[in-house]
Design a binder for this molecule. Structure first.
Ligand code: F6P
Length: 324
């Protein structure tokens, strides 16, 4: 394989640039020509494809976002869109692809391989950490630390004013961000889709805290929680509390997607980028590079797309024990 292309797709994640850098520098090391596709599958369809070399990725290892930009492409979901994308790659002699993203990215890459036989290897880039086949995804650690920083700050003001704060974090259908920053931030309760906690239980926890003279509390709510968003949960709980409580709601939102990647994310991204590249050059296809128990592994796209990565029961139990 002499010519490959890399793209970032779906929601951006801190560390994507570190991953692009590893792929480009790795390709130079192996004597492979590498192109960057701008705005994911949209750029593949429109021919927004640029040559990259070692210099193009200087000074990006520490930058948030993605120099290749990202998009969620509706057109690539159509057969005509994919045909156009294939023509663009064929015209440039591109023989293999590396997609950095999540489930949507890998679903697209698998369909594309089945139709046009262009092999692709994935690198897991999403703050949600919701991908089967890797212990951690690129961007997750940074997002948790960003959310944690905000939670620590909110704790200060919650304490000064004797308030209960409901803090909503991202994660789509996954509670990974919520559980980790809930534990690290010493939250009184965490609400995640994987462990359906009835609001009555949260009310009990908060009331037990007040009985012990606790005057402020933090409840971390995953955006995908079954009970609804933090605003709805807070309203329900306010109506159920025996005592009058001063409640506030904060939705952290896209701040969790930006910023300089942590050292952990830069190293993980570099390892997965190089791993994806070397896998592709060895003939791997339709797989995602991941790290499980500190070993580089390749998991079929089919499994990463269809299998659920559960939040550890151990972590869920820990919140319950340590919060009271
Ligand atoms: O998948 C990453 C993520 O940030 C999710 O946590 C969130 O649900 C979603 O993307 C937000 O998407 P958008 O940036 O399109 O609003």
């Amino acid at each position: 394989m002499k010519k490959i292309a890399v793209y970032t797709s779906g929601g951006d994640a801190p560390g994507m640039n570190s991953c692009i850098r590893a792929i480009v520098r790795g390709a130079a090391h192996h004597g492979v020509e590498v192109y960057g596709i701008v705005r994911g599958y949209n750029g593949m369809i429109n021919g927004d494809i640029i040559p990259l070399n070692s210099q193009s990725v200087s000074n990006i290892i520490q930058r948030g976002g993605t120099i290749l930009k990202s998009a969620r492409s509706k057109e690539f979901m159509t057969a005509e869109g994919r045909k156009k994308a294939y023509e663009q790659l064929k015209a440039r002699g591109i023989e293999g692809l590396i997609g950095i993203g999540g489930n949507g990215t890998f679903t697209g890459a698998e369909i594309f391989y089945n139709e046009f036989k262009i092999p692709a290897v994935g690198a897991p880039g999403t703050i949600d950490n919701d991908l089967y086949g890797t212990d951690y995804t690129i961007g997750f650690d940074t997002a948790v630390n960003t959310a944690l920083d905000a939670i620590d700050k909110i704790r200060d003001t919650a304490d000064s004013h004797d308030r209960v704060f409901f803090i909503e974090v991202m994660g789509r259908d996954s509670g990974y961000i919520a559980i980790q920053c809930g534990i690290a931030g010493g939250a009184e309760a965490v609400m995640i889709p994987e462990n359906l906690t009835p609001v009555s239980e949260i009310v009990n926890t908060l009331e037990k805290g007040f009985a012990k003279a606790k005057s402020s509390s933090i409840v971390v709510v995953a955006e995908g929680d079954e009970e609804g968003n933090a605003q709805k949960v807070a309203q329900k709980i306010k109506g159920m509390m025996k005592a009058e409580v001063d409640i506030r709601v904060t939705t952290l939102g896209h701040i969790q997607r930006g910023g300089m990647p942590t050292a952990y994310d830069r190293i993980l991204a570099s390892r997965l980028g190089l791993g994806a590249l070397e896998g592709l050059l060895r003939g791997e296809k339709n797989v995602m590079a991941g790290v499980i128990n500190n070993q580089l592994v390749y998991t079929p796209f089919h499994d990463t797309i269809t299998k659920k990565k559960p939040v550890s029961e151990d972590l869920i139990r820990m919140v319950e024990i340590l919060s009271t």
